[in-house]
Design a protein around this ligand. Structure first.
Ligand code: NZQ
Ligand code: ZN
Length: 398
């Protein structure tokens, strides 16, 4: 295990009926608030009215930034920075999914940055001080509620990139599982695939003797595999929604990732699919992941042991050699996404029909994601092309 620092000061308010605590939680950061939200789900669910009433009744004033889109765009960030400066606001209250929180994070840093905020996405070393953020999260997926990362898209340049900063960690996050009852089957499935992918990205890694981190990852994967299909069948099952919510937070708050080094693989590739085609992040990950796993197994036999551990400890498989177990586990993963989460498992099914951009996306993924170095299996541009191309056809069963 390597040295690490883990400092996550987020005040987590988990559970139902805790919204009354909002004024007390928000007050230390000021009374003038930017209320940031997405395309209207919070109005439909009634959450918007509750939040607005709580703000008004407790002496807060606020300015709204609405319409933050999935795969949040840099223009929303620019707009948020302008609103905070013009109205001299003290803090951001982000209400919605990961996209709203991510946009809020870069807005928060942008207020203290003199140039164009896209610079902060291109170069995280420019992220410094930030306006405090409190969020009310309505979708279990990203882990942004307890981490320092944000992912922003620039449609003008077809770029979707991550940035990061210690000051971007939310001061407090309200995680009420009942707020996720209205999340569609599609977004529930995408969220589950996203959190599983976060665990895979950290678990399939070369650092030795990280048993603590690996056991946490395996436990979270088993929890997601147990509860995601229930949440899809029974959207108002509290236990399912609660377990998914807390799994998504723990999957990416540092517990699994700290103490080891090595970069991610499927996320940088998926970010190119989203950048060029604006597809749902978790769906892109579900499609790519089993192809990436197969690629690793075919290319490098030193990966077999770790995939076999995944097979044994997550799927309970125990018949066969390491390679056989590994391949069974990949099949289980694919079938889980397809059958239990009902995710369309090829690119044409999500609207990416021709292969014209495969080369360009592969080059960008290697460049932006640093895929050729320090990965579980290093990837060249040709390797990425192979993985994306395999995603156009259904995967063969073994
Ligand atoms: O915009 P509204 O109307 O609110 O609707 C949203 C949106 O259409 C809807 N939704 C959210 N909560 C709902 C709801 N609908 C009904 N009921 C509710 N309770 O769901 C749609 C998707 O929302 P979005 O915020 O985009 O989803 P998610 O939380 O999955 O966030 C995805 C974004 O996060 C980035 C992704 O790349 C993507 O841009 N990521 C951020 C990470 C981080 N900061 O650490 C890590 C991840 O790997 C990921 O890359
Ligand atoms: Zn993700």
């Amino acid at each position: 295990m390597e040295n690490f620092r883990l400092h996550i000061p987020t005040d987590i308010r988990f559970g139902k009926d805790r919204l009354e605590e909002l004024p007390e939680v928000l007050s230390p950061y000021g009374k003038r608030i930017l209320l940031a939200y997405g395309g209207g789900s919070i109005k439909k669910s009634g959450l918007y009215d509750k939040v607005v009433a709580l703000l008004k009744d407790n002496g807060f004033s606020f300015v709204e930034l609405s319409g933050i889109a999935p795969n949040p765009k840099i223009d929303s960030v620019r707009q948020g920075v302008r609103l905070i400066r013009e109205n001299q606001l003290d803090a951001i209250l982000a209400v919605g999914g990961g996209s709203v929180v991510d946009a809020s994070k870069v807005i928060a840093a942008g207020v203290y940055y003199d140039g164009d905020v896209w610079d902060l996405v291109l170069d995280r070393s420019k992220v410094g001080r930030a306006v405090p953020i409190v969020d009310i999260l309505t979708l279990a997926a990203t882990g942004t509620e307890m981490n320092r990362n944000a992912v922003i898209s620039n449609p003008e340049t077809n770029e979707k990139l991550g940035t990061s900063g210690w000051e971007l960690i939310p001061k407090a996050s309200f995680l009420d599982p009942t707020l996720t009852y209205t999340v569609s089957k599609w977004q529930t499935a995408a969220g589950a695939a996203d959190m599983m992918s976060h665990l895979f990205e950290q678990y399939f890694n070369r650092t030795e003797a990280v048993d603590v981190q690996d056991s946490i990852a395996e436990g979270l994967l088993k929890t997601i595999i147990k509860y995601a299909p229930i949440a899809i069948r029974e959207p108002e099952n509290y236990d399912a929604r609660a377990n998914l919510f807390w799994s998504s937070t723990l999957a990416l708050n540092g517990l699994v990732g700290q103490g080891r080094s090595g970069g991610w693989s499927c996320h940088p590739i998926e970010h190119e699919l989203s950048a060029y085609y604006d597809i749902t992040h978790g769906i892109g990950l579900a499609i790519l992941t089993p192809r990436w796993m197969t690629f690793c197994l075919d290319k490098d036999s030193t990966t077999h042991a770790k995939f076999a551990a995944y097979a044994r400890n997550v799927w309970g498989l125990n018949q066969g050699t390491d390679e056989e177990l590994a391949r069974q586990a990949v099949q289980k993963t694919y079938d889980f996404f397809k059958e239990q989460l009902e995710i369309p498992m090829t690119l044409p099914e999500v609207g990416i029909e021709n292969q014209d951009l495969v080369s360009e996306m592969s080059e960008q993924a290697v460049k932006h994601g640093g895929l050729s170095n320090d990965r579980f299996v290093n990837l060249t541009v040709d390797d990425v092309k192979e993985i994306i191309k395999a995603s156009y056809n259904p995967m063969e069963t073994f």
